[in-house]
Design a protein around this ligand. Structure first.
Ligand code: AMP
Length: 594
């Protein structure tokens, strides 16, 4: 088919390959309901002999009505006993007829540990398929991306084995280590400055250093710059702030920093390194300036946009990204999870607040639970199919995957903004129950409460208690960090808690937080030291007065456990008596503790 023969709202495509991808999107979204019906039938027929489906007596039925009448909606906690059996080595077809190839460790946690999502080998093809649709869409809005490269800061994280011998690792680590990524075909529209060796190095310093070095050498070729999440891109900028002298030295001399010991990186960097005095002078001149505003466009002057997720919790980083990039467009391309990749943004140049993701109906079977904060226990009889959601309404996403998750609640709340053909488009509203998030960590109210309780035990010997607390995700520092405001009741002012004890309280809170938080602190350095700000007595009463003055009911007033409204922050900060930071890192090892 000739490229220009494709008559699509998503066109004209940049090349023949793009035409096929765009046509695929059109086909899938035009027949969204039929595709969903086929996906469900495929999943149910291939998994009909699994222990899980047999439990519900489907008797071989693969239709929607039987599925909806017999299969319950579940949470991770409901599936945990099964997940543990698989993790412990039970290879019988429990959830999926296809062997579970590995576990993907979600950034969502259960009992403080990452959730383990079973996956099957062919899911890699599905993920790859979604990736293959992103550039064809991008090329519609941004011509000429084949004339340069992308500087993307991509990382692998540590992996472990379950007692039964299955690998457990994050979905992106699994993808980057797969042949799908490592031996991907050359695509002029998708050339990265980072070599695979740098991306695949498990040491985050060495990986970042070599990716940054390559990005600096190719500064004129870089047309787009990104990371998965906004927090990751800002971490790269911070890394440059801390390491530009060493990087410039390497560029000046054509040698590699001796702290980079990974042999694969060293041999691949030998092909990149060359002495370039002019470039080294330029980097030193730019980076030694006090003002780092627009540093991204100063160093990479041809950058057309930033590719980072700035929807959901990551929206808090938009002002900082704008500061460093001079307001370059921020492109959010896709919406995905460890459980399943969901969909893509068909209008990638839109403003972050307007981003909507079109769910691709071939990825899994999707259902939607109308979200009503007043009746959170709504049952599966309320579930709505993909094509039946209504514009303007909010839903919780529920998925049935090829890997065997059935009517599984993902925990994301989405609002329908419109349709592309018959496929709905969703604004990501938020993840349920998340109070604090800096990077991929998600801390809920119960976790924060128990962290405060554990830390406040250290105050017992000082006859001191925490009377009230609230929290704030401070993203003005890079990396961002948790701030916990404490109002203390010191019963014996001659024996009030010392600075050292309050610092230990910071660490005790960190020790109590979930493993994704602690990994961010220890392995990824993506979260800064937790801070306690002790506020004057009576501050929380003032907070209540303020809320009541703005219309809150006295009877129903509850202390907000997380704040981010500027007048409230100003009130709290104006009452701070002292602030304290964790002086060491919490405990974290890649080993699973169960
Ligand atoms: P994980 O299971 O750790 O891979 O995290 C998946 C979760 O990250 C999703 O369920 C969402 O809550 C969040 N997420 C993924 N993509 C996006 C996006 N584009 N915008 C906002 N949140 C996202």
């Amino acid at each position: 088919m000739a490229v220009d023969a494709l008559c699509s709202p998503l066109g004209p495509p940049a090349c023949e390959k793009d035409a096929k991808a765009l046509q695929f999107i059109e086909e899938m979204t035009r027949s969204a309901d039929a595709v969903q019906e086929r996906v469900l039938a495929e999943i149910l027929s291939r998994n009909s002999d699994t222990e899980y489906l047999r439990r519900y007596n489907l008797a071989g039925a693969t239709d929607r009505e039987t599925f909806k009448s017999k299969i319950p909606m579940v949470t991770y906690e409901d599936l945990e006993p099964i997940i543990h059996r698989i993790a412990n080595g039970d290879r019988s077809p429990i959830l999926s007829a296809h062997p579970i190839s590995e576990f993907l460790t979600s950034s969502g946690t259960s009992a403080g540990e990452r959730k383990l999502m079973p996956t099957i080998r062919e899911e890699l093809d599905r993920r790859q398929l979604l990736y293959s649709l992103l550039m064809p869409v991008m090329n519609l809005y941004m011509p000429g991306l084949d004339k340069g490269k992308g500087l993307y800061f991509l990382f692998v994280k540590s992996e472990t084995k379950t007692p039964g011998g299955l690998l457990a690792r994050p979905v992106l680590t699994s993808y980057y280590k797969s042949d799908h990524f490592k031996t991907r075909a050359f695509d002029p529209y998708n050339v990265y400055t980072s070599p695979n060796e740098a991306i695949l190095c498990p040491d985050s310093f060495q990986s970042m250093y070599s990716q940054m070095l390559c990005g600096l050498y190719e500064r004129q070729q870089v047309l787009r710059l990104g990371a998965i999440f906004a927090s990751g891109l800002l971490r790269a900028i911070r890394f440059l702030q801390l390491n530009w002298r060493e990087l410039a030295h390497d560029i000046r001399t054509g040698t590699l920093n001796s702290n980079i010991s990974d042999s694969d990186i060293r041999s691949c960097m030998a092909r990149v390194l060359r002495p370039d005095v002019e470039l080294a002078d330029f980097i030193e001149a730019e980076c030694s300036k006090d003002n780092w505003e627009r540093i991204i466009t100063r160093i990479w002057p041809n950058t057309k946009y930033l590719e980072v997720i700035v929807t959901g919790a990551m929206a808090q980083y938009i002002p900082t990204l704008d500061y460093y990039s001079g307001g370059l467009p921020k492109v959010c391309t896709m919406y995905a999870s460890s459980e399943c990749y969901f969909g893509l943004n068909l209008n990638p140049m839109c403003k972050p607040s307007e981003v909507s993701y079109t769910i691709m109906p071939n990825m899994a079977y999707f259902e939607f639970l109308p979200h009503d904060p007043n009746s959170p226990s709504a049952g599966s009889d309320k579930l709505v199919d993909l094509v039946d959601v209504e514009v303007g309404k909010e839903y919780e996403l529920v998925i049935t995957t090829y890997a065997g998750l059935c009517r599984y609640r993902v925990g994301d709340i989405l609002r329908v903004t419109g349709f592309h053909n018959s496929a709905p488009q969703f604004h990501f509203v938020r993840r349920k129950n998340v109070l604090l998030s800096i990077d991929s960590d998600k801390t809920d109210e119960a976790e924060l409460q128990s962290a405060v309780e554990n830390a406040s035990k250290l105050l017992n010997t000082f006859n001191t208690t925490v009377v009230e607390y609230t929290s704030y995700a401070d993203t003005k520092t890079i990396p961002g960090h948790y701030v916990i405001y404490w109002e203390l009741l010191v019963k014996d002012p001659t024996n009030s808690p010392t600075k050292e004890v309050l610092e230990q309280c910071c660490l005790a809170m960190e020790e109590s937080l979930n493993s994704v938080y602690r990994q961010g602190r220890v392995e990824c350095n993506s979260i800064g030291a937790l801070e306690i700000r002790v506020v004057k007595n009576g501050t929380f009463e003032e907070l209540m007065d303020y809320a009541i003055s703005r219309g809150a009911s006295i009877n129903q007033y509850k202390v907000p456990r997380c704040v981010n409204f500027t007048p409230i922050m100003e009130l709290l900060d104006s009452r701070v008596l002292s602030n304290h930071f964790s002086q060491s890192l919490p405990h974290w090892t890649p080993e699973r503790r169960r």
